[in-house]
Design a protein around this ligand. Structure first.
Ligand code: NAI
Ligand SMILES: O=C(O)C1=N[C@H](C(=O)O)C[C@H](O)C1
Length: 256
């Protein structure tokens, strides 16, 4: 995921959410990338016109689930490619975005629930394992300043597991629970249980647990520092312009 040696002009990048945990890390990564130029940043309350004024060609969004759709509407209308790490994308949002992009055949948008290589591999391994096991559950563990639960990564993982189970003709996993405290079995994402832990000290972690008669399999990924997301973000910026339409998941860019 290193920059290609090139005499081409640098990619003109704008970062939305530069004062946040991910935005600040992304600003540093873009500034350090020889093939990119950071031409604008837009924080909360700032006008998005700074992006077009600065002639950015790619925007990176690390804002909030309640802000990202307005940002994308602006980017698509302005003809800007977008690399999106912000969470909150359900089927309805994906359909809305696809509709916006339908009239813009040259425009690329990449939405990645997780930009860390190991997280993407963990999801792919989980997808491979899913058809062999009777049951699967996901535990995601994050810092306690995270706004949303479950994590976008965990929701994406659960959906991939559900699709793999359906392809293998497996229905919902058997579960004898009939009583107890509401929420104790976690959230139901496409019939896969997802459990969210929030603790100071954590960054971003996920365990995917599989069970069958007499054995379990656990796949775990840990992001210990937000630098882990940066190679994936920069890869997204480098490739989004040559991938027209909507791409969901870095696994498609990595060709896993
Ligand atoms: N895809 C991935 O690999 C990763 C995704 N994330 C996701 O990225 C998002 C941001 O995470 P953090 O940086 O931890 O959150 P944060 O709360 O630290 O930062 C969000 C920033 O966005 C700003 N903001 C809010 N509305 C805005 C708007 N309309 N325009 C511009 N800026 C706006 C806020 O002021 C804040 O500075 C979350 O959805 C999180 O789940 C986080 C880590 C990795
Ligand atoms: O908010 C975070 O921190 C993270 N958000 C993303 C998610 O919700 O999956 C990616 C990673 O887990 C870190």
């Amino acid at each position: 995921m290193t920059a290609p040696a090139s005499s081409e002009a640098p990619i003109r990048v704008a970062v939305l959410g530069p004062d946040g945990r991910m935005g600040a890390q992304t600003v540093r990564a873009v500034e350090a990338a020889a093939d990119m130029e950071l031409v604008a940043t837009v924080g909360s309350g700032d006008s998005l016109s700074a992006v077009t004024d600065a002639k950015a060609t790619v925007v990176i969004d690390f804002t909030r689930p309640d802000a990202v759709m307005d940002n994308l509407r602006f980017a698509v209308d302005a003809g800007l490619h977008a690399v999106v790490g912000t969470t909150g994308f359900d089927d309805e949002r994906i359909a809305t975005l696809s509709g916006w992009l339908a009239g813009k055949p040259d425009l690329g948008v990449l939405i990645a629930p997780n930009f860390a290589l190991g997280a993407v591999l963990a999801m792919r391994f989980a997808q491979q394992a899913a058809r062999f096991y009777d049951a699967a559950e996901v535990i995601e563990l994050h810092h306690n300043r995270k706004a949303d639960a479950p994590s976008g990564t965990a929701a994406h993982t659960a959906r991939l597991i559900a699709l793999a189970r359906a392809d293998a003709g497996r229905g919902p996993a058997a579960d004898a629970t009939t009583s107890g405290i509401e929420g104790a079995r976690g959230a139901d994402v496409d019939d896969v249980r997802v459990h969210s832990v929030r603790l100071p000290g954590l960054v971003a972690h996920e365990e995917i647990l599989f069970g069958a008669e007499g054995e379990t399999l656990t796949i775990r990924h840990d992001s210990l520092d937000r630098v882990s997301f940066m190679p994936g973000v920069l890869l997204g910026v480098r490739t989004v312009g040559s991938r027209p339409g909507l791409t969901v998941g870095l696994e498609n860019v990595l060709d896993l």
